[in-house]
Every structure is written in C-alpha cells, then in structure tokens.
Unconditional design. Structure first.
Length: 144
C-alpha cells in the first residue's frame, strides 16, 4: 500500500515523536524539582517549557504547509529536504535552550526560514494559475 502524502506522513510522525520527547524532557525536570504547576522559579524548567511551547507555536504551521503543498504538487525532493530540515531544527532548538550555543539560534532560524519559504510558496502557488493572460486561438469549424 502506497501512502497518499508520504512526506506529510513522515513529517507528522517525526513531529509527534519530537512532541513526546519534549514533554518527557520537561516532565523529568518537573519531577526532579518537585514542581507540578508553573516553573517554580526553576530556570532549567523554564527553558524546557519554552522549548516545548516554541515547538507547539510553530510545528503545526509547518506541518499544514508541507501537507498542503504536497497535496497540490505531489512529493518532491525539495519538500523532503524541507521536512528533514524542519525535524532536525526542532531537535536542535531544545538543546540550545539547554545551553548548546549554536543549536537554539540555528533551530529557530531554520524554522523561521521554512515558515517564510513554505508560506510564500503556498500563497503564490494558486496565484501563479492566474498569471498573465494567454492569447486564445479560436478554431473555425471545418467545412466538409
């Protein structure tokens, strides 16, 4: 059986696993610090919570854009690359929130560039169908 939207399916699966991983990471700090609600002033927990929230703020839009573009145009190598870049960026960002220097900036930069690029592509795709008027050629019925 062949998946209808393979890029979207793989990306959504990976995104779900990342969401679970982020929740577990946050929960581990909560448990260790004995904080069940809020951040309790714990900087490490605050960073984990922000990484999880940042993910929740951006991931749905990327997934929707990848799905819509794939539905409109079918799978493509560049869309696979965008999907992989998105997943890697969203894994890097939380490590950056934990102090790995380039990961936070790199993860968010890639995510923002993908939001911009995929968003523009999605907006411009239907507009391209209404491009410059093409001359029509009328055909005359044949005599005979």
């Amino acid at each position: 059986m062949l998946a209808t939207l393979p890029i979207t399916l793989v990306t959504a699966g990976g995104a779900g696993l990342i969401a679970l991983w982020l929740a577990i990471r946050t929960g581990m700090v909560r448990r260790a610090a004995g904080i069940s609600i809020g951040d309790g002033g714990n900087e490490r927990l605050r960073a984990r919570m922000r990484a999880q929230a940042n993910y929740a703020e951006t991931a749905p839009f990327i997934l929707i854009l990848i799905g819509a573009i794939e539905a409109a145009h079918g799978p493509s190598l560049w869309l696979w690359a965008a999907s992989i870049a998105f997943l890697l960026a969203r894994v890097a960002h939380p490590f950056g929130m934990d102090g790995v220097r380039w990961c936070r900036a790199g993860g968010i930069l890639v995510t923002f560039l993908l939001l911009l690029g995929l968003g523009l592509y999605a907006v411009l795709t239907p507009l391209a169908a209404f491009g410059p008027a093409r001359p029509t050629v009328e055909t005359l019925p044949s005599r005979g």
